[in-house]
Design a protein around this ligand. Structure first.
Ligand SMILES: [Zn+2]
Ligand SMILES: [Zn+2]
Length: 266
């Protein structure tokens, strides 16, 4: 089994609850070899309350680098970002985050752009999602889900390393079903997206964040989606998407041995 690693970690620099130091101390206690911080990167104006800002970004990087020096060699700490793709507003590219000089970038899609121009979050709450489908997607959950996967495929053109939770759009689908994951149109989206990810050469994260939050009983990507990716030779890293110390290795005992995970420190 490979060393215990987590590359998807939030802190109070963005929307996490705990400091980077508390997260690092917890990682040592839980036997991690590598801890990668991935604060939500800067987004334009309206979203700034849960992300880094241009002013905070260099201070975040300096703090994580200082922590890395202090915890080496017992814990390898990396400074990454989780960067959004939102067409026309945010690109998950290395050039956009030069101020941080991140060790790695997770490229994530949390919003889709509706035909009327609205930016719709797919992971806010079941209620908001239902309202947004009604108001911005003509009542068609299928249209929203297809727009989501199209955005994930589009995001792959940018210069980042790890594809974050590539089927985040499933988040509420277990507790508040709004589309059929066995439908042929959905399976086609997974196939097309798996093809695009394999062609991009990017790594995909196995993200246990929806398990710790009680929304799903499987990781992103789903078992079916992981199998499609694996069949195409795509490789994985494991991430908890932790926003507090207690979630740092949520469900890792279930997923740690499932893959030969990539070591991003090499
Ligand atoms: Zn995310
Ligand atoms: Zn995250």
């Amino acid at each position: 089994m490979s060393a215990k690693t987590n590359y998807h970690t939030h802190s109070n620099w963005c929307d996490g609850r705990d400091s980077t130091e508390r997260m690092a101390l917890a990682a040592v206690k839980k036997g991690f070899a590598v801890l990668g911080f991935s604060s939500h990167a800067m987004l334009p104006g309206s979203f700034l309350d849960w992300t880094l800002t241009p002013e905070k970004a260099p201070r975040y990087a300096a703090e994580v680098r200082e922590l890395a020096a202090r915890f080496a060699p017992r814990l390898r700490i990396l400074c990454g970002v989780e960067a959004d793709y939102l067409p026309g507003e945010a690109e998950p590219s290395r050039a956009a985050y030069a101020a941080i000089a991140p060790d790695y970038i997770i490229g994530s899609v949390h919003f889709v752009r509706a035909a009327d121009g609205a930016a719709v979050a797919v992971d806010a709450s079941p209620r908001e999602l239902a309202d947004d489908i009604r108001d911005h997607f003509g009542g068609s959950a299928e249209a929203l889900v297809q727009a989501y996967f199209a955005a994930v495929r589009e995001s792959l053109q940018f210069d980042f390393d790890v594809v974050g939770h590539p089927d985040l759009v499933r988040k509420f689908n277990l507790k508040h079903p709004y589309f059929d994951e066995s439908a042929s149109w959905y399976r086609e989206e997974l196939e097309r997206t798996a093809d695009a990810i394999a062609a991009s050469g990017k790594i995909v994260e196995v993200n246990t964040g929806a398990i710790s939050r009680g929304w799903l009983d499987d990781a992103y990507p789903s078992a079916e989606f992981r199998a499609l990716l694996r069949r195409r030779g795509v490789r994985f890293v494991l991430g908890s998407d932790a926003h507090s110390v207690d979630a740092l290795d949520c469900a890792f005992d279930r997923f740690a041995a499932a893959e030969d995970y990539v070591d991003l420190t090499k």
